[in-house]
Design a protein around this ligand. Structure first.
Ligand SMILES: NC(=O)CC[C@H](N)C(=O)O
Length: 337
């Protein structure tokens, strides 16, 4: 895909964070550069999503100092879908630790679509990573709680702490996905068959479907991303949500698999960890700096927002966020050898 950024230099001249005015201007330019893109299609495999207006578009940047700026449909509610996977994994990691999760879920990309069944078959039932549906279901199965209701409440409260506000379920999307998620039920049954889910697999699918049906806005996911950028402290509420180690681990997982089989290309072009969802959201994290949210429902073949990718590519370069861009030579104060 042409992200149209080859003429945009990596802005790393000073290494200093961009000013609020720089961020505001960059958001507007990113919006204008992406608005004419009408490639891609709204997800319709969940019937309730099919009526979403394809033209919705919003961009929001939440910085770790608490500055939040946006343009367009940043207050339009949509269901979080796969973006939830990143934050549920972080909450589970906080509870049971990263070594156990590497073992049980994995951190390697599958090279396959998010809803792949084949990924399990090729790997002796090991889910490989928590960002595909198989690994996300296996992660949700590990959420603390004595009942599916307790697990659901743990997730809802935890994701609300990331967002800094009480998140609620979209009943219509939840019902619609529950009536059409036979594929996820199949994946959960397969995990059970491989002995990789301890509890009732259909209960796990139900909790997972609820977590995907939480309503958020682009502003909310920007703040959620900023919390990961800020080492686990929500920059709006000031509350610690997860540890610094869990943030590190979550960002590494996202870098490898946040945009599914296209994660390598995303990292190559954008140079930051990100997570997409089928409603058209993408949250991208510039560690120590900001959470970037885009929302535009038209998706490419991998299920990633077309405008969102272009807008984020511009912001990453323009704001000097790309982790792999060369830093200014010898700003350390040390004399050259
Ligand atoms: N990629 C996504 O956002 C997928 C989430 C959706 N709830 C599913 O399981 O199919």
């Amino acid at each position: 895909m042409d992200l149209d950024v080859s003429a945009v230099p990596y802005t790393v001249a000073t290494g200093a964070p961009p000013s609020s005015d720089d961020v505001a201007e960059a958001i507007h330019v990113a919006y204008d550069r992406s608005l004419d893109l009408t490639d891609g299609a709204v997800a319709d495999y969940i019937p309730e999503l099919a009526d979403t207006s394809p033209d919705l578009f919003g961009i929001c940047v939440a910085e770790v100092d608490g500055t939040v700026q946006g343009v367009g449909d940043v207050d339009h509610p949509f269901t979080i879908q796969s973006i939830s996977k990143a934050f549920v994994w972080a909450l589970v990691c906080e509870e049971i630790g990263d070594e156990k999760l590497i073992d049980l879920i994995g951190v390697n990309n599958t090279g396959l679509a998010f809803d792949s069944v084949m990924s399990l078959e090729l790997n002796d039932g090991h889910p490989m990573n928590p960002m595909g549906n198989a690994g996300a279901l296996a992660t949700t199965a590990l959420v603390p709680g004595d009942s599916p209701d307790e697990q659901w409440e743990f997730i809802r409260k935890g994701l609300s702490r990331f967002a800094g506000k009480d998140l609620e379920l979209d009943e219509a999307v939840y019902r619609s996905e529950s009536a059409s998620n036979q594929r996820n039920q199949g994946i959960a049954r397969l995990l059970e068959g491989y002995g990789r889910i301890g509890s009732n697999p259909l209960d796990v699918v139900d909790v997972y479907t609820k977590q995907c049906s939480l309503l958020v806005t682009a502003t909310d996911i920007a703040v959620m991303g900023a919390t990961l950028a800020d080492g686990g402290i929500n920059p709006i509420t000031g509350a610690r949500v997860v540890s610094e180690t869990v943030c590190h681990d979550t960002l590494a997982v996202l870098a490898a698999s946040g945009l599914y089989q296209n994660s390598g290309e995303w990292l190559f072009r954008i140079g930051l960890p990100g997570k997409s969802g089928v409603t058209g959201g993408i949250v991208t994290i510039a560690p120590g700096k900001a959470g970037i949210a885009t929302f535009s429902p038209r998706l490419d073949a991998a299920g990633n927002s077309v405008r969102g990718q272009r807008a984020t590519a511009y912001l990453s370069r323009r704001l000097g966020f790309d982790l792999f861009a060369s830093r200014p030579h010898n700003t350390s104060g040390k004399s050259p050898r």
